[in-house]
Design a protein around this ligand. Sequence first.
Ligand SMILES: Cc1cc2nc3c(=O)[nH]c(=O)nc-3n(C[C@H](O)[C@H](O)[C@H](O)COP(=O)(O)O)c2cc1C
Length: 456
Amino acid sequence: MNIVILNGSPKSSNSITVQSMHYLALKNKTCNFEYLNIIDDVKKGEKDILKIADKVSECDGVIWIFPVYHMLIPAHMKAFIEKINEYNLVKKFSNKYCATYSTSIHYYDHTAHDYMEGICNDFDMKYLGSLSHDMNDLIKAECQSELEFFFANFIESIKTDELTLKRFKKTSKYNYNYQNNECSKKIKTTKRTVIVTDSEKGSNIDKMIVKYSSMIDGPVKVVNINESTFSNYCIGCCNCSTHNECIYNNTDDYRKTLDFILDNSDIIVYACEIKDRYFSSRIKLFFDRSFCYTHIPVFKGRQIAYLVAGPVSELGALNEIMKSYSSNETNLAGIVSDECQDDNILNNQIETLVNKSINFAEQDYIKTPMFLSVCGSKLFSDAIKSTLGTIFLADYNYYKVNGLIKNESITGKLKNMTFRYMMNKKAFQSKVKKNMYKHMISKHKKILELEVTNNE
Ligand SMILES: Cc1cc2nc3c(=O)[nH]c(=O)nc-3n(C[C@H](O)[C@H](O)[C@H](O)COP(=O)(O)O)c2cc1C
């Protein structure tokens, strides 16, 4: 059986992810594994992409493998997918059995796999499932077994011509030419807005930016990343781990662009068009390269807003990703898209978004985070407290100084130990259970009593 491994790691044969495929190749000698490193071909032209597509069309099954980068696949792999569409090569992928495999630290690995499943559905591939391993899982016996099980099922499904179902519908396409109206009332503010975009002149996004900016009587800057010259993809070398210095710092203008945005913003507006099931690979490149600041929340304290052209409400994974970009002590002011296809509604929605962003910025309002952000912060904190923090020294220092590495206090530990000890005693347990409701709101009641006393 001929299996094509489409490798999305920029490290090619030195990739952690690809080692798992080598492991499978050693365990499955009757299968022929062909490794195609996307990073080598993506910067080349149509001919080389066609060669890859031909290999895909001739094989029995494809495994898309990738490291999770910024909650998705790496930017160059996204660019590869865009080229498949651009060069009309989707047919070469259609009806091919496929699966996805990644390594990461499990931070938003689910959005990356959902995105890839959506792409496989769009390409009419027969999607057989995913496996997401931690970057060190291959050294664990139980994960080796799981990997073998995953591959055995993959092969069996191909042999038995398994019927697959599509989980994601195709997204809506529409031709809507937005006409922005004159701004009736500008909002005066000293808060600084930076709009980050890759928009083209005359596009809906371009006009949404004009509308947004025209509402503000205060500092607004538009950073169109197409005017910056950086084009190097992150190569995962982790040179940034010790002092947040990227190997490209002196060779391209990425860091200058990012630092300009950070130095000049209280509000950041990302104004982007949907390309397949995410924004463009150029925008993805912008996000991937921000890894130069590793896991340090450099956007802290800012308001984040999105102006989107395209069917954003149909893209669950993208919505989760957008919400995450606005966690880490930043605040999501809102998301406005042109999918309403109505000038009046869109003009009103943009006006509301401007109002909210400025109001929140002036109040320094950061909303209490929910599940995804709470878990994300705990995951980073745990990782940096252990092995990740031995390499990522800049992260460790930042997390330590800012109290983000949390250890339980000795008094807290003692209090909990004592309570647990008492809870094991039947009499105490039944007393607590009897008064559970009262106990749970006892401290809240004290706040209300205090409020009553203050009002008297
Ligand atoms: C630019 C960059 C972004 C990353 N983003 C994420 C992420 O969002 N979630 C995560 O769990 N790991 C993330 N990682 C960690 C990689 O996914 C992980 O190290 C992976 O195992 C590398 O695989 P490879 O050696 O095959 O490239 C990121 C690493 C880099 C360099």
